[in-house]
Design a protein around this ligand. Structure first.
Ligand code: TMP
Ligand code: ASP
Length: 234
């Protein structure tokens, strides 16, 4: 698949057109950012690791009936994806309290939630992805009622599948962020599923195996991503 023009560059990825108008190449970089880009760094080989992790997870989700943008992995840092019109609403699912939820509600990190919760954020770098709700998403035309319904249903289904998948591999899926987009009238899961956008804790030691190691300067960041790759390939 021939890579043509770069049409998007985000904090961790680039998107290129191909000779097929419906397909794009998604390229994974090593750059890491946190706190709305205020903290910047490089995680060695992150692009390669995240491309492999995401390809494995998207393949598994497709096998279980989740519609995603993933077509195939092309190379170390590239995957072929369906072209989406991105819906600028990020969906966060949580199983255990951590991160911004703890800050907002004064909870202790690790507090179990009695059922999974869903939060919505407006995808906007200049605004720092503010938290929104369904009503705001509809009023401002970021997503329709039908799209929100499909996104919520898909997000909870993905949570059930991924929680079990990680649990079988000795990892707790604490929380994660999803992005969706529209392709030929269908709502598909887009973006990536990697330790950049998930919190993953070792079930026995509760050690963090995700981007919190970078955010909080815990060290052994690449090692943690490598271990996640090893486990998801089991
Ligand atoms: P939070 O605790 O910072 O709200 O994040 C919850 C989860 O979603 C965590 O696994 C990180 C992920 N996330 C992103 O990857 N990007 C984002 O912009 C947001 C808001 C969350
Ligand atoms: N992806 C968001 C950012 O770069 C949130 C984070 O990872 O801290 O700010």
């Amino acid at each position: 698949m021939e890579k043509r023009e770069k049409i998007y560059e985000g904090k961790a990825k680039q998107l290129f057109t191909t000779d097929d108008a419906d397909l794009l190449v998604q390229y994974f970089k090593d750059e890491a950012t946190a706190f709305d880009g205020k903290k910047k760094g490089i995680i060695e080989e992150k692009g390669v690791l995240n491309n492999k992790i995401s390809s494995r997870i998207f393949t598994m989700l497709e096998e279980k009936g989740v519609k995603t943008h993933f077509v195939k992995r092309l190379s170390d840092r590239e995957m072929l994806v369906r072209r989406l019109r991105i819906i600028p609403v990020e969906v966060v699912i949580r199983n255990v309290a951590a991160g911004s939820l703890c800050k907002r509600l004064g909870l202790e990190e690790g507090t179990p939630l009695k059922e999974p919760t869903l939060e919505l954020f407006y995808k906007s770098d200049p605004l720092g992805d503010p938290m929104i709700n369904e009503s705001l998403a509809k009023v401002f035309g970021w997503a329709t009622d039908s799209e929100l319904g499909q996104m919520k249903e898909s997000a909870f289904k993905i949570n059930r599948i991924l929680s079990e998948f990680f649990n079988e591999r000795g990892i707790i899926l604490v929380d994660f962020k999803l992005e969706f987009g529209e392709h030929k009238g269908q709502v598909l899961l887009g973006d990536e599923i990697t330790p950049d956008g998930c919190r993953l804790w070792d079930k026995s030691t509760l050690e963090k195996m995700d981007k919190d190691r970078f955010r909080r300067d815990l060290g052994k960041v690449e090692e943690a991503y490598r271990e996640v790759l090893r486990k998801v390939m089991e």
